[in-house]
Design a protein around this ligand. Structure first.
Ligand SMILES: Cc1ncc(COP(=O)(O)O)c(C=O)c1O
Length: 384
């Protein structure tokens, strides 16, 4: 079987098709499925970008690993925000979105016959990128009883001398679970013992309404010594999903290897976008972040209140912009979410889309407009 043939079907395309069919029938659909901020990028960032676009100095091939200015801004930001000191020359790499970095990471170290530990439930790219690199994704569970954190006994059983990497994602999409210092210490001890590269997908690290920074893996690890790499993204942080800008920070070997793979694949991020990111991570950071995140707590309250009226159990989390909730019936998550579209014209995401471990749960995204959130909540609470 070829590598492409091993890729699993993408469940979210089935949801898109069902939504399109409902729209074609004239249903007034409320979409609480998409994890893509409804609001625009902050105006000050658009202004910086507009000026940069007009400047011919930015029109040539980009700085492949990131402009020195941006890599320095990232290192300074990490120090201020997450109390971590890294060398901007060897430990920071600019990415075309964190999906790009995640997609290329297995290629840095996976040979035919090797395996990679991937969470079930999780962002599908971890397993798919492993398959495309010729490796075997070995799935570990994230159970609700453990706060959607892995079971170390299970990891010990799965890991062997062919295990090259483990993918984690905290704060977690879709559950909103967060990892604390004690967890990261145990995880670093586990990966060090087995000589496994530890990847944390931190795309949601700054999506913590209220402004308090969540814990970065880099704060617990020693990124010059431990074989860790963490991927950060401006996508959700600053409503910049369409701009494609993110960065990896970690051990020089892991960052360097990813840079080498990328050198053969792409030519970096448009320098005008890098210039905008340099500004965003500087002094303006806190104000911009508050501007972006301040809408979510109110929306969460509205949705949580509707779910409470339905008697639905919600996984408590202040992190991310999702609400992760338990299917209140005997149905599978696909059946339940299918019925929500059919009966109340509301798109919600079945947990199964993130892996078998997600079945029995569904996700509501808070990235729809306030009006859509209010209308979705109204429909849900009146739904029998
Ligand atoms: C868990 C997770 N990681 C990474 C990404 C990719 O983000 P980006 O490529 O926009 O940085 C997403 C996007 O939805 C995500 O949900």
């Amino acid at each position: 079987m070829g590598r492409l043939d091993k890729l699993p079907p993408y469940l979210f395309s089935a949801i898109d098709q069902a939504k399109a069919a409902a729209l074609a029938k004239g249903v007034d659909v409320v979409d609480l499925g998409i994890g893509d901020p409804d609001r625009p990028t902050p105006a000050s960032l658009v202004e910086v970008m507009a000026a940069a676009v007009a400047d011919p100095a930015f029109h040539r091939y980009p700085a492949q690993r990131g402009t020195p200015r941006l890599r320095q801004a990232i290192a300074a930001w990490l120090k201020r925000r997450h109390h971590t000191v890294v060398d901007p020359n060897t430990q920071v790499l600019v990415l075309i979105g964190s999906k790009e970095g995640l997609g290329h990471l297995p290629t840095t170290c996976v040979e035919e016959g090797d395996n990679v530990l991937v969470p079930d439930l999780g962002y599908p790219v971890y397993g798919q990128a492993t398959l495309l690199a010729g490796g075997e994704p070995r799935v570990f569970s994230l159970a609700a009883e453990r706060g959607f954190l892995p079971d170390f006994a299970e990891l010990e059983k799965l890991a062997d001398e062919k295990t090259r990497m483990i993918f984690l994602n905290y704060p977690n999409n879709p559950t909103g679970a967060v990892a604390d210092e004690e967890f990261w210490k145990r995880m670093i001890a586990f990966t060090t013992k087995h000589n496994i590269r530890l990847v944390n997908d931190a795309a949601y690290l700054e999506v913590v309404p209220g402004g308090e920074a969540a814990l970065s893996l880099l704060q617990v690890a020693s990124p010059s010594k431990d074989r860790v790499i963490e991927l950060h993204s401006l996508s959700k942080m600053f409503n910049m999903t369409g701009w494609r800008i993110a960065f990896a920070v970690g051990h020089p070997e892991l960052v360097g290897d990813l840079g080498r793979v990328k050198e053969s694949m792409d030519s970096g991020v448009f320098n005008a976008v890098q210039e905008t990111a340099t500004y965003a991570l500087g002094e303006a950071f806190e104000g911009l972040l508050a501007e972006v995140m301040d809408v979510y707590p109110k929306r969460r309250q509205v949705i949580n209140a509707a779910l409470a009226k339905m008697g639905v159990e919600v996984f408590p989390s202040p992190a991310t912009f999702y609400v992760w909730a338990k299917v209140p019936t005997e149905e599978s998550s696909i059946e339940f979410c299918g019925r929500a579209l059919e009966e109340i014209g509301t798109v919600i995401t079945p947990g199964l889309g993130f892996g078998t471990g997600g079945d029995g749960w569904f996700r509501i995204s808070l990235t729809a407009s306030d009006e859509s959130i209010a209308e979705g909540a109204r429909r849900l609470e009146g739904w029998k």
